[in-house]
Design a protein around this ligand. Structure first.
Ligand code: HEM
Length: 422
């Protein structure tokens, strides 16, 4: 329970006391926690195919996200990933950015309407709404409006159900609501499929329909449906988490907020293209630092399917394993003052993240490395750029954001920020 509640503190304690491989219960099951960048490298590179994603992730994903690419192994994963990659080329990303920029602008323009006088705006739900709207329009090609609202509601219900402790498919459980939400999404996507199959539109849905691997393989209808639903989930909770953390850190360290805003204002325009977003160096360091301190996926599950040698131990097959990017991101031998917010550590001069290939792994690594990491970086930078040009935000000096780390990091209190228009 403690590991699930605070994986950083417990991880540090366990590693300091017992070394890099420790059995400890987590959320009701006995799990072998592996610490350090070598452990991340071993399991993520997975050279001997000794770690299974399928057996690690299935218990969390299979009910509501069947057919998720993250819960696939070996050849099946390779084939699906090769096809999906075709929907994430640089040209596709360029189009996604064009499409999402105005949506982000419209979304953040409405923010002040949500600010209550006493405790400010709860930023986490506002960002979640924004990233979900962006996903519905950029990914599914559905403009905001009632249709998008219904899809978003079905989607939120499905994600809630995937985390439900009580898995009874009967009214009025959140699980029942989530499965109903999933069925609605499946029906809607299936209905739209013939239209998307026939046309080369720039949304992710159309790209997934026409995506072909170099070998010519393509997705079946059911695969497009499952991938669309999973990608929507993988995309929006994680980006919301990262953006929330960045806004929090920029409120705690206002000199950085000023520094980034000066740059965004100096650029003189609200919307930037893929190349201009990529050139926002200081904002990129802040993003990398936020993802280091508070990786949205603090822990990743795997199961061994063969004996594995690690740090002088032999891990037996069918051991449930937890990989801990968050603990590695705070290791003093890799990072200077690891608890300090210090974005410049990512500058080319210091490049602390290059001290070990797996020192910084918020997007995972190896065959399952996040397929949306470049999209995420663009969405995050575009959103922050547009926010910085419109608003200034702050928190009381003593405020510390209370984190809930699992399954995806978020503030327990929604992060109330005081926001003023510039
Ligand atoms: C800051 C934002 C994000 C973070 C921190 C993040 C993190 C991750 C991590 C750690 C994994 C690997 C998990 C594992 O190996 O167990 C992953 C996989 C994945 N992510 Fe992301 N992600 C983000 C945004 C996105 C976005 C925007 C998309 C889609 C547009 C996306 C789609 C996926 C998919 C499809 C996978 C599974 C890939 C595979 O199994 O081959 N993610 N992500």
């Amino acid at each position: 329970v403690a590991t699930a509640r605070d994986p950083l503190r417990t991880g540090r304690y366990l590693e300091a006391r017992h070394g890099p491989a420790v059995y400890a219960p987590m959320a009701g099951i006995d799990v072998l926690h592996l610490f350090g960048p070598d452990a991340l490298g071993l399991a993520l590179r997975n050279d001997d195919a000794a770690f299974s994603n399928r057996l690690g992730w299935a218990r969390y994903l299979d009910h509501v996200f069947p057919g998720a690419i993250l819960a696939m192994d070996g050849r099946e994963h390779r084939v699906q990933r090769r096809i999906m990659q075709a929907a994430f080329t640089r040209d596709s990303l360029r189009d996604y950015v064009e499409r999402m920029n105005p949506n982000i602008g419209r979304g953040v323009d409405q923010w002040l309407a949500g600010q209550r006088r006493r405790d400010g705006l709860r930023v986490y739900p506002a960002l979640k709404r924004l990233t979900l709207d962006v996903a519905t329009s950029t990914f599914m090609g559905i403009a905001s409006g009632r249709d998008a609202d219904r899809i978003n509601a079905a989607f939120v219900a499905a994600v809630t159900a995937s985390m439900a402790l009580v898995r009874v498919d009967a009214w009025p459980t959140s699980y029942w609501r989530g499965l109903r939400g999933r069925r609605y999404l499946v029906e809607r996507i299936r209905e739209l499929l013939p239209m998307r199959r026939g046309r080369q539109l720039p949304d992710l849905f159309s790209q997934m329909c026409s995506a072909r691997s170099e070998e010519g393989e393509r997705f079946s209808d059911d695969e497009v449906i499952n991938h669309m639903i999973f990608v929507m989930m993988a995309a929006h909770d994680t980006s919301t988490s990262a953006l929330t953390t960045m806004m929090y850190l920029l409120a705690r360290y206002p000199d950085w907020q000023v520094r980034l805003r000066e740059h965004s204002l100096a650029l003189g325009k609200d919307t930037l293209d893929i190349d201009q977003l990529g050139a926002l160096d200081e904002m990129t360091w802040v993003m990398q630092e936020a993802l280091r301190l508070y990786p949205p996926l603090a822990i990743m599950p795997r199961m061994t399917v063969k004996p594995v040698a690690f740090a002088g131990y032999e891990i037996p097959p069918y051991t449930m394993v937890a990989l801990s990017p968050i603990a590695t991101h705070h290791t003093p031998s890799l990072w200077t003052n690891p608890d300090r917010f210090d974005p410049v550590r990512f500058s080319p001069d210091r490049a602390e993240h290059k001290r070990h290939r797996y020192a910084w792994a918020p997007f995972g690594g190896g065959a399952h490395v996040c397929i949306g990491q470049h999209f995420a970086g663009l969405e995050i930078r575009s959103t922050l750029h547009q926010l910085l040009r419109r608003y200034r935000w702050s928190i009381p000096p003593t405020y510390r954001m209370p984190f809930q780390f699992l399954p995806i990091a978020k503030p327990r209190d929604g992060l109330p920020l005081r926001i003023e228009r510039l």
